[in-house]
Design a protein around this ligand. Structure first.
Ligand SMILES: CC(C)(COP(=O)(O)OP(=O)(O)OC[C@H]1O[C@@H](n2cnc3c(N)ncnc32)[C@H](O)[C@@H]1OP(=O)(O)O)[C@@H](O)C(=O)NCCC(=O)NCCS
Length: 159
């Protein structure tokens, strides 16, 4: 795809970004999560998510007339960072955009002098993280609006 750019988030993209997150949860390919689990996850607190998009380090991958994906992270402690969001548009998954966003976050985090990146990874995200050297710190099940979703806290030491 031509003219793909990775740019800092702008508040004007709030609606498109929130819709992308919801659609990627509901429509991501693969057998992870039932429709009921996805529906519970996608019923986002939109004000909270908009605040996090605005206040964290958020990057957006764009092409003409489409937002392909986004990633958002914040400092956790002096030496660690938390990857809060990594979402790719359901029509553009498995084309390397998630990996490109993740590589950009890792570089950004490393440049900020944090030594490790952690996240709570969905079952959709875990294969990508495992392929990039992340370790599972803890497997867990989170309750969201009455549904129970398996996930894992994962961590990578950045070098
Ligand atoms: C997880 C997500 C961000 C991955 O983005 P993506 O653009 O589809 O991933 P990529 O194309 O960069 O994948 C790179 C590699 O990671 C692995 N991978 C990614 N998704 C995978 C999946 N569903 N199953 C198995 N391997 C997968 C593969 O090795 C893949 O390389 P390949 O396609 O050549 O085999 C995307 O599926 C998504 O937005 N999912 C729904 C929302 C979500 O769960 N976000 C994480 C919240 S914690």
């Amino acid at each position: 795809m031509n003219d793909v750019r990775l740019v800092p988030y702008l508040p004007a993209w709030e609606g498109a970004c929130l819709e992308l997150c919801q659609r990627s949860i509901l429509e991501a390919s693969g057998g992870a999560y039932t429709p009921a689990q996805r529906k519970a996850w996608a019923a986002l607190d939109l004000d909270d998510w908009a605040t996090r998009l605005r206040d964290q380090r958020t990057s957006v991958l764009t092409a003409p007339n489409v937002v392909l994906g986004l990633a958002s992270w914040r400092e956790l402690f002096a030496t660690e960072a938390w990857l809060d969001m990594l979402y790719v548009h359901p029509d553009h998954q498995r084309r390397g955009w998630g990996q490109r966003l993740l590589e950009a976050v890792e570089l950004d985090v490393h440049t900020s002098h944090a030594l490790a990146l952690l996240t709570q990874a969905s079952e959709h995200l875990q294969p990508l993280l495992l392929s990039r050297g992340y370790d599972v710190v803890e497997s867990k099940v989170v309750e969201l609006r009455g549904e129970h979703l398996p996930c894992a806290v994962m961590r990578k030491v950045l070098s």
